[in-house]
Ligand binder design. Structure first.
Ligand code: 13P
Ligand code: SF4
Length: 311
């Protein structure tokens, strides 16, 4: 039994013993963010995973993120505290169907959001994240036909923003779809001076009310730079932990779901990881991420293209 264990001390001991680096996404529970060597958005975490000289990467995030770490650093052991930490966007894009969709549109390139399986990446031309997509699209020839998968809301947002028509795969994030426009308008009426910062995985009826749209790191930078005392945050609410740490005098309000609070917007996949499971992952070096070498090599190409085009 783990009862009575000082999990923080044990994780710190194992991190040294295993020469491990702990990477965490902003949507992880506060204790995991606090014990991580590095906390970031999907692009930051990919870069860190590619550059680290640790022997083990303990990835506190969801499975596709840990897979990216393995694809970029195959000689490292990559562990994910809970192997069931998936993503609704990944689930909405089965590799075989995506392969068929691609084959039906041979004159299009596939620009694919990093929130997908390694097998879908292997069928893609360029991977993008929320923080790199606009920069990457701006480097593509104007007449280039583009398939964008799997997030239809991010795809629609990017189309509006860049003026490029893209063929959209109809996937979505269950967390960002749960925000209620009606409740958001009520909240805005209560806090008329509070700007709204939103993630582009939100549907257009939420983004229409946003003062800033960007990736998690971009939202964090925006709220810290904002002169406003109160800010409404329309993304997974656990990122508010970093905001409160960096700006304890400001007030951050998570955008509400239909029930009027932001708890329904906690990502159920991210929430599967815990301090206990991180401890066990470092102790037992499992659950371990394995990516078959043919898929890894095919998925690495569009990821390398992203890293080159985003820098
Ligand atoms: P970013 O951290 O890249 O903005 O991604 C958000 C997200 O939904 C990750 O699953
Ligand atoms: Fe996937 Fe949405 Fe959870 Fe991010 S917040 S991991 S996109 S389900």
């Amino acid at each position: 039994s783990l009862a009575g264990l000082d999990l923080k001390a044990e994780i710190n001991r194992l991190r040294k013993e295993r020469n491990a680096v702990i990477l965490a996404h902003y949507y992880q529970e506060p204790a995991l963010q606090d014990i991580a060597d590095f906390v970031g958005d999907s692009l930051d975490l990919s870069k860190k995973a590619a550059a680290t000289d640790a022997d083990v990467i303990a990835f506190c995030g969801v499975r596709f993120m840990a897979e990216v770490a393995k694809i970029l650093s195959p000689e490292k052991k990559v562990v994910l505290p809970d192997m069931n930490a998936g993503c609704s966007l990944e689930d909405s894009c089965p590799p075989e169907e995506f392969g068929k969709f691609r084959a039906a549109h041979p004159d299009h390139i596939a620009l694919t959001y990093i929130n997908c399986s390694a097998a879908v990446k292997a069928h893609s031309d360029i991977i993008v994240t929320s923080s790199s997509a606009e920069k990457i699209i701006s480097q593509l020839p104007r007449d280039q036909k583009i398939i964008f998968a799997p997030d239809r809301h991010l795809g629609a947002y990017l189309s509006r923003k860049t003026g490029r028509d893209m063929l959209l795969w109809q996937g979505s994030c269950i967390v960002h779809e749960a925000f209620s426009e009606k409740e958001l308008l009520k909240l805005k009426a209560q806090h008329p001076d509070a700007p709204v910062a939103a993630h582009p995985e939100c549907p257009a009826h939420i983004l229409d009310h946003a003062d800033h749209v960007g990736s998690t790191s971009s939202i964090l930078a925006y709220v810290l730079a904002s002169p406003s005392q109160t800010i409404i945050v329309a993304t997974e609410p656990r990122i508010i932990h970093q905001m409160e740490k960096a700006a304890p005098h400001k007030i951050f309000i998570g955008a509400p779901g239909a029930d009027g609070n932001c708890n329904c917007n906690i990502c159920p996949y991210m929430a599967l990881n815990s301090m206990e499971k991180l401890y066990l992952a470092l102790r037992d070096l499992k659950p371990e991420i394995i990516v078959p070498e043919d898929i890894r090599l095919a998925a690495k190409k569009p990821l390398d293209r992203m890293l080159a085009m985003a820098s």
